[in-house]
Design a protein around this ligand. Structure first.
Ligand code: ATP
Ligand code: MG
Length: 301
């Protein structure tokens, strides 16, 4: 039995997968849900197992060198994106993973199609890339604050389009872009860490009450919280429009950090384990060279 087989995946991922082509309501997803894992202790154990499975999966991905993995994390502030990345990737070889954070775009980026920016950070074959926020912000923060569009060099005609049409175009472009990635054997995994408004409040207060955590809080966090319902609406429509067969969204209950981390790790490990990864074949000629190398080393004085 291989090591992979010894690590059963405990979670049923179906409840988290936003069903492609079906209507999607965030209200149907409870941020406190933790089915399959009953306690923090169980969550930690599951995470530890999955970290091992991921380390193994990454080695096989690297050896195969024909596939790559793109992981996208989206969430409201304080939902735990950074901690999830840190924990989930703690066991993998840093050489094979790159994390890229998406802040507000600079002018050069705004003078291009919004999908120009991520192309430079896509994973090479054999590698994993993680996007901490992503091009999806173009349908989220920009949708909640359409004034950002004034800085996007849109033509007068496009600027006059009903905004609904503009978001629809962006969803279409994203779906086509991700399909192209899949055609190039990139596994596209998208996670929305679904934190509740109450839990965000607790985490902000925690940051404000502990001097060690002050640096994590910015005034913008509070003002964005004021747009909570607009963000929920933007997320809901975006997920409905871009959860596809080739790149579905996983909506991860995030009020319990230990659960969110374990669930994300479990899904990544499981999805990579289903890729057709192969260790490169060693030809007879290569084998001959290996034997000669061995011989030469054995005979070294
Ligand atoms: P943390 O607060 O945990 O450090 P973060 O991801 O919230 O992490 P910030 O520097 O606080 O990082 O925020 C980045 C900001 O950049 C977010 O408010 C996000 O909405 C904004 N942003 C990202 N992409 C775009 C975009 N395309 N257009 C405008 N704003 C964007
Ligand atoms: Mg922030």
């Amino acid at each position: 039995m291989s090591k992979k087989d010894e690590t059963p995946h405990r979670l049923d991922h179906e409840p988290f997968r936003a069903q492609p082509g079906k209507s999607f309501r965030l209200a149907d997803h409870d941020p406190r849900y933790s089915a399959g894992l009953k306690s923090k202790k169980e969550g930690r154990k599951a995470l530890a197992d999955d970290i091992d499975a991921l380390a193994d999966a990454q080695k096989r991905l690297w050896a195969d060198g024909r596939h790559s993995v793109l992981i996208i994390l989206q969430a409201m502030d304080a939902a735990g994106k950074d901690g999830t990345i840190r924990h989930v990737m703690s066991g993998v070889n840093p050489q094979g993973v790159a994390v890229h954070g998406f802040k507000a775009p600079n002018e050069e980026e705004r003078q291009h199609h919004f999908l120009w920016r991520p192309t430079r950070f896509l994973p090479r074959k054999g590698r994993i890339a993680i996007f901490n926020r992503s091009y999806y912000e173009e349908t989220l923060v920009v949708r909640v604050h359409p004034a950002f569009l004034d800085q996007q060099f849109l033509s007068a005609r496009r600027r006059e389009l009903p905004l609904e049409d503009l978001w629809r175009e962006r969803y279409e472009d994203i779906n086509a872009f991700e399909k192209a990635l899949v055609h190039n054997d990139t596994l596209v995994l998208k996670f929305f860490l679904n934190v509740s408004k109450d839990e965000q409040r607790e985490r902000f207060l925690d940051r404000l009450n502990e001097p060690d955590k002050h640096w994590k809080f910015s005034a913008a966090d509070l003002s964005e919280r004021g747009y909570w319902d607009d963000y929920q609406q933007a997320y809901q429509e975006m997920i409905a429009a871009t959860s596809t067969e080739h790149a579905p969204w996983y909506v991860i209950p995030a009020d319990r950090k230990w659960f969110a981390r374990a669930a994300v790790a479990d899904i990544i490990a499981e999805r990579i384990s289903h890729l057709d990864l192969r260790t490169p074949e060693v030809s007879d000629e290569d084998r001959e060279h290996l034997a000669q190398a061995r011989e030469a080393l054995m005979n070294e004085k």
